[in-house]
Design a protein. Structure first.
Length: 277
């Protein structure tokens, strides 16, 4: 007697799952893959058809077993999709259906995982970007930036809150380095974007419409762009006076100089306003 067989065809990129059963169509003599019956739970509930295996592996296997492995008579599941989803199904079966004579194997069709596809998409995308040349509008530039941000392997975390609620201290603890200045009184008071770097550190900011960068290499650092002389001297003096100079300390005290400079500028503007009033 033929063992019960069910085929799962999954495309996680479209959130689409299809099913087939192994049987003999009416009026035929040979076994072949057939559509499931109209009353099958696997076709009625969208969590089995318009979803991903990764988030519904247990529910899918459980529903298949209820219909095609009653009494543990034996069931073979053939899976066509990504390797990640195949491993999820295997994990569920090993954990919950080890004694139910249920086995899963790979089918003929195979989909690459997103991790394998994205580099290829990125290569084609960057080639297309070159076609725009210098004729990119602000709107197109914004869309390109959003796409690149959305397709990065790094997941951005946004930290928001009232003044002096510990945002900077939390971020420092999260990354394991004292990078952002923190204190009881409002200290950072600016929007910062922190991105992991494999080697060097860098602070990038806009000053008088010009992009300025400070590049840190271990104990050394250099300025790129037309930075204000007073601010540059302040940063150099602060860092060179450190007893222990390293990448984290250099960035920390450079940002500390920015804060002092910004606060002084704000105090000067406030004083001018008070004198005017």
């Amino acid at each position: 007697m033929e063992r019960n067989k069910v085929k799962i065809i999954c495309n996680p990129f479209e959130k689409k799952i299809e099913y087939r059963r192994w049987g003999i169509p009416e009026g035929e003599e040979e076994y072949e893959w057939m559509e499931l019956g109209n009353k099958s739970k696997l076709l009625i509930d969208k969590k089995y058809t318009h979803a991903t295996v990764q988030h519904n592996a247990f529910e899918i296997i459980n529903a298949i077993c209820e219909e095609y492995n009653r009494g543990n008579v034996g069931l073979d599941i053939i899976f066509e999709g990504t390797n990640v989803d195949y491993e999820d199904l295997n994990e569920v079966i090993d954990k919950y259906y080890k004694d139910s004579d249920v086995h899963v194997s790979r089918g003929d069709l195979y989909l690459e995982n997103a991790e394998s596809i994205m580099p290829k998409i990125q290569t084609v995308f960057m080639e297309m970007v070159q076609l725009f040349g210098e004729y990119k509008s602000l709107e197109i530039e914004s869309l390109l930036t959003k796409y690149l941000d959305a397709t990065q392997a790094i997941i951005p975390i946004c930290v928001m809150g009232m003044y002096s609620t510990g945002k900077s201290a939390f971020i420092n603890a999260l990354i394991g380095e004292e990078i952002l200045p923190s204190a009881v009184n409002p200290t950072t008071a600016r929007n910062y974007r922190i991105v992991e770097s494999e080697k060097n550190g860098m602070i990038s900011f806009i000053n008088a419409g010009e992009k300025i960068r400070i590049i840190f290499e271990d104990e050394k650092f250099k300025f790129v762009g037309n930075i204000d002389r007073e601010l540059k001297d302040l940063i150099c003096k602060e860092i060179e006076a450190l007893e222990h100079r390293n990448l984290s300390n250099n960035i920390y005290y450079a940002l500390h100089c920015f804060r002092r400079r910004i606060q002084r500028s704000q105090n000067q503007k406030r004083g001018l306003l008070e004198n005017y009033l």
